[in-house]
Write a protein that binds this ligand. Structure first.
Ligand SMILES: [Zn+2]
Length: 272
């Protein structure tokens, strides 16, 4: 028990931070209780967070778990791992009916992952494209997962560009690709890995993002920021990432918080 308590001390928040990407249903798998971590995070000054879906069958569970937290927003989508399913039509129907729930602000997490065996590139690209079109119909932004798939992603975007300003989540692509995504109207979101000592290449990418196109996230329970690297992550730890990014970009933390908040409000239409 005492080891678990340690996760919450000290939650390094200035106050007012937004975590634009976490996965509530995965917290339990890493030994964290959603209610406990969210109460701690909001109690320490977290302003809002976006719980991002991975499949149509997590939607009910997540709303049941989180609807009572006014600071929690939702994205619903089919992660690339769904690409080879034989029941995709049913999954898309269920997904399509989920966007009139309260505080749903995006379609995600969608994209292409070439590191894992998630079905063929064609299957992944088709599912990605279809969900961009759904987002366009609904006038919502998309939250894009890209793992070693810049080429596939850019190919799909060329014929299925999001109409709303959208998000490259947990950016891990090459720095030279940042401008390509900016040109498609994306904001670029960085996770805890941007704080890692060996992440110089990622910080080069960070340098290329105009401040008004920058978002920050935990991707909790994964990728806890330095100095919590390797331990379970939760939205209250987003402060470490704000601190590291403010230092690196030589910004006043409160200026960074205000800017990321206004970016998140614009991109996701958050009513804060
Ligand atoms: Zn994610």
């Amino acid at each position: 028990m005492s080891g678990k308590r340690n996760h919450f001390e000290p939650p390094y928040l200035y106050g007012g931070e937004i975590d634009t990407h976490f996965h509530a249903t995965k917290l339990a798998e890493r030994g964290l209780e959603t209610e406990e971590v969210l109460t701690a995070a909001f109690g320490s000054g977290l302003r809002a967070c976006i719980d991002v879906g991975l499949a149509e069958d997590d939607i009910e569970t997540r709303h049941t778990l989180l609807d009572d937290y006014p600071g929690v927003y939702f994205a619903h989508g089919l992660y690339p791992s769904n690409a080879a399913r034989s029941d995709l039509r049913d999954a898309m129907d269920t997904l399509r009916s989920s966007y009139d729930r309260q505080r749903v602000c995006a379609v995600g997490e969608i994209g292409v992952d070439r590191q894992r065996d998630y079905g063929t590139s064609d299957q992944q690209r088709r599912l990605f494209a279809e969900q961009i079109e759904l987002a366009n119909e609904l006038r919502l932004p998309v939250i894009v997962h890209n793992r070693e798939a810049e080429r596939d992603i850019l190919d799909v975007l060329a014929s299925h560009a999001p109409r709303r300003e959208s998000v490259m989540h947990c950016y891990s692509g090459p720095a030279e690709m940042v401008s390509r995504f900016l040109d498609f109207g994306f904001s670029i979101s960085f996770g805890g890995n941007v704080t890692f000592k060996n992440a110089a290449a990622l910080r080069q990418a960070l340098d290329l993002v105009p401040i008004d196109r920058l978002l920050l996230e935990t991707d909790a329970p994964f990728l806890a920021p330095h100095p919590r690297r390797g331990r379970p992550n939760y939205p209250g730890l987003i402060g470490y990432t704000y601190r590291a990014v403010a230092e690196h970009r030589q910004l006043n933390p409160s200026e960074l918080i205000a800017t990321v908040t206004s970016n998140a409000k614009r991109v996701f239409g958050l009513e804060l």
